[in-house]
Design a protein around this ligand. Structure first.
Ligand code: 2P0
Length: 348
């Protein structure tokens, strides 16, 4: 019986406050604009992945996600496997005493502790964990930046899950994508009071996949060019400054405006893409009323490619935001606090 080599890791979910939406190169997952996210606490939301390899395994690579077998033949998963194997192979060629892991079949086992494909960026944590688990298995001397470049090819937003805290993804300008990598804007400890409440409106799989949606938006939306070339570059600067200065009002305003801008370009896509529903809009109104009552921005909503709201706030405003939110939404159609659909998490 051949030896089994194994390594495990976890990767966090990240929720963008400046959204990635649009690819300039779909094959390499190169974006049309930079983006920025807040990492959610791994004690609440994360993917745990074990990568193993052995000469005794069946010849095909395999991936088990939450107990069910996944297709690994897709170009994106293959790109991640190929890049990681090539790095390992190089090490093996340089040091003949290393076991030849690069030629063994891989077995990947992943578990999410949150609903998959519910607009909760499951692919981000998933690919980040997959890439790091294999890198650990292969004992690659790769930095988080190197791994972000590989994970990006699995799923764009995955590159942001290789760092903690507040994380940017530089769109880059090179055709080979070598400069399209994630970077840390600030560590979690820089602004540790950040919290998020996730309102799970629906745990169902999203209707329009991000990849398809983005492509249609880039091809048809007349709002999109201004968003990619003017709005987002300006907001990237504003957001980084707001994080550096721990300025929640600006952080919150830019977060909400960028979510609105992203969903406006979705609506402006033809055929139109609707991710928000009535419950999502009720969440927006609740945030507006919380901020009006406070006389300043103490809560900020953002929505990804689905109806679930993520609301950022500071710990000091816990009662006003998380408390009021649950009370206000509990009786609305499609929402029930009783089902435990509000997940309160430590952002960062
Ligand atoms: C984001 N989203 O910045 C944006 C906001 C959804 C809305 O990144 O095609 O699953 O795998 O590169 O990363 C979701 O898109 O897309 C996403 P692919 P991904 O978080």
């Amino acid at each position: 019986m051949s030896e089994i080599h194994r390594a495990s890791t976890t990767a966090p979910v990240n929720i963008a406050v400046i959204k990635y939406w649009g690819k300039r190169d779909p094959k390499l997952n190169l974006p049309t604009n930079s983006s920025l996210s807040v990492t959610l606490s791994q004690s609440d939301l994360r993917t745990h992945t074990t990568a193993s390899c052995s000469a005794s395994y069946p010849p095909q690579d395999s991936l088990l996600l939450n107990g069910s077998s996944q297709d690994v033949s897709g170009a994106r998963t293959q790109a991640c496997f190929r890049e990681l194997r090539a790095l390992r192979k190089k090490m093996e060629d340089e040091d003949g005493s290393l076991p030849k892991l690069s030629s063994m079949p891989l077995k990947i086992v992943s578990e999410n502790n949150f609903p998959t494909a519910a607009g909760l960026a499951s692919s981000a944590a998933g690919f980040a964990a997959l890439v790091r688990a294999i890198a650990n298995l292969y004992e690659l001397p790769a930095s988080p930046t190197d791994l972000s470049r590989i994970a990006r090819q699995g799923s764009g937003s995955a590159c942001r899950s290789l760092f903690g805290g507040y994380v940017g993804w530089e769109q880059g300008s090179k055709e080979d994508g070598s400069d399209s990598v994630a970077f840390q804007v600030a560590p979690a400890e820089h602004w540790p009071g950040m919290r998020a409440i996730i309102l799970v409106v629906s745990a169902a799989k999203k209707g329009v996949s991000s990849t398809t949606g983005m492509q249609t938006t880039v091809a048809t939306s007349s709002l999109f060019p201004a968003r990619a070339s003017e709005t987002v570059p300006r907001r990237m600067k504003e957001m980084q400054k707001a994080i550096q200065e721990k300025d929640f009002e600006t952080f919150g305003k830019v977060t909400m405006m960028d979510s609105n801008s992203f969903h406006a370009t979705c609506l402006d896509t033809y055929p139109p893409i609707f991710y928000l529903n009535d419950v999502s809009r009720a969440a927006i109104k609740t945030v507006e009323s919380i901020n009006t009552a406070a006389g300043k921005i103490i809560a900020a909503y953002t929505f990804d490619a689905g109806p679930n709201a993520v609301v950022y706030y500071l710990e000091e405003n816990e009662k006003e935001v998380a408390g009021l939110f649950k009370a206000a939404l509990e009786d609305k159609d499609g929402w029930s606090g009783k089902r435990g659909d509000a997940v309160q998490v430590n952002a960062v």
